[in-house]
Design a protein around this ligand. Structure first.
Ligand code: PHE
Length: 343
């Protein structure tokens, strides 16, 4: 039997929504656990549980590497395939989530994630105060996705400097897989920086954004293997599989999607191809860094943005450490997280 790594896991049929509500606290070693609330469809609620466990563990590493005095957790509302989720049932699910979080007495706080918005955080706040990123008119720091995008752009500058000799993204071709809230903001920022872009999304309506930005469009099954300097996974996790690695045509991979590796061993295959992979939990920390800096530490928005930009230095140091120790950036980042968690 492999050991239980998580401090606490709550799985409950939401009394209002009838939906599986899963809250996983991975670690409060460094402080209150934080991690977004995901509302997503799964074949089986146990798949949602697996997702919550992996994502919560990743939040612990994300906070540790970002230097935040917080631990990791995650919430998943596992919507059965085929179930109808109208506005009323969705709001009920969010209240169910709020009740579970309230029962944890501040050991865990949530925020937006895939499938939830700042407005949803207001609904959760009916039941608990432990929620980040409510809209500013409700006293929160609002949408975290532009800040996550800013952090990814910072990570991209660091990896491009090491890999191609210049942090200037205007000299690079980038392939963005996913134009959701983070991917969309990122595409805009990168287009503004003068980057050449190829983009994709499962939703064909996003071709409008591609056109507006002058980006090339690729079909979702072609974007991962597009010819580009850097591949930017910006949708769901698990995209870096054993099968895809031999077909990659990029020099580096860095993006905001959480849990990009289909399995841990894929890291070595990527490294074996001479491709630099920046761990997702390092590149994607901008949103949580911003929200916590503003809401917990009362920093000004410019100061919080300055911290988010610090991801450029953090990624640079991780890449340099990996280089001088002859290991992977994944290994270097994990060692850094472990060291901070031990202290
Ligand atoms: N979705 C965010 C992440 O994965 C979670 C989050 C954002 C939590 C902002 C709190 C505040 O990092």
């Amino acid at each position: 039997m492999s050991a239980l790594e998580h401090e606490e896991i709550i799985v409950r049929t939401g009394p209002r929504s009838g939906l599986p509500v899963i809250v996983a606290i991975h670690s409060t070693r460094l402080g209150q656990a934080v991690g977004g609330c995901r509302i997503w469809r799964y074949d089986h609620w146990r798949d949602g549980l697996d997702d919550a466990l992996r994502l919560a563990a990743s939040m612990t590493r994300k906070c540790a590497v970002a230097g935040l005095a917080n631990g990791g957790g995650k919430t998943v509302v596992a919507v059965p395939n085929g179930a109808v989720l109208d506005d009323a049932r969705r709001a009920d699910a969010l209240r169910d989530v709020g009740d579970v979080i309230a029962s944890l007495d501040g050991r865990y706080a949530t925020g937006p994630d895939v499938g939830t918005t700042p407005a949803d955080m207001v609904t959760i706040s009916e039941r608990t105060e432990h929620v980040f990123c409510q809209p500013p008119e409700h006293g929160g720091s609002g949408d975290s996705s532009p800040h996550t995008a800013t952090g990814v752009a910072a990570a991209l500058r660091a990896v491009c400097e090491r890999r191609f000799g210049s942090p200037d993204l205007g000299k690079r071709r980038l392939a963005i897989a996913g134009l959701g809230s983070v991917g969309g903001h990122l595409a805009r920022q990168l287009a503004d920086a003068g980057a050449s872009l190829v983009v994709s999304d499962i939703d064909p309506i996003k071709q409008d954004l591609a056109k507006e930005l002058g980006a090339d469009w690729a079909e979702p099954d072609a974007i991962l293997t597009a010819d580009a300097d850097v591949l930017v996974p910006a949708a769901l996790g698990g995209v870096l599989t054993r099968d895809i690695v031999p077909r990659l045509r990029c020099g580096a991979i860095a993006g905001p999607a959480n849990n990009q590796l289909a399995e841990p061993a894929v890291v070595d295959l990527i490294q074996g191809r001479g491709i630099t992979w920046v761990p997702d939990y390092v590149a994607s920390a901008g949103g949580v860094i911003y929200a916590l800096s503003v809401e917990l530490h009362n920093e000004t928005p410019p100061d919080a943005t300055g911290r988010v930009r610090g991801i450029e230095r953090a990624v640079g140091e991780i890449l340099d450490t990996a280089d001088s120790n002859g290991t992977t950036p994944a290994e270097a980042a994990r060692a850094l997280a472990t060291e901070r968690l031990r202290r």
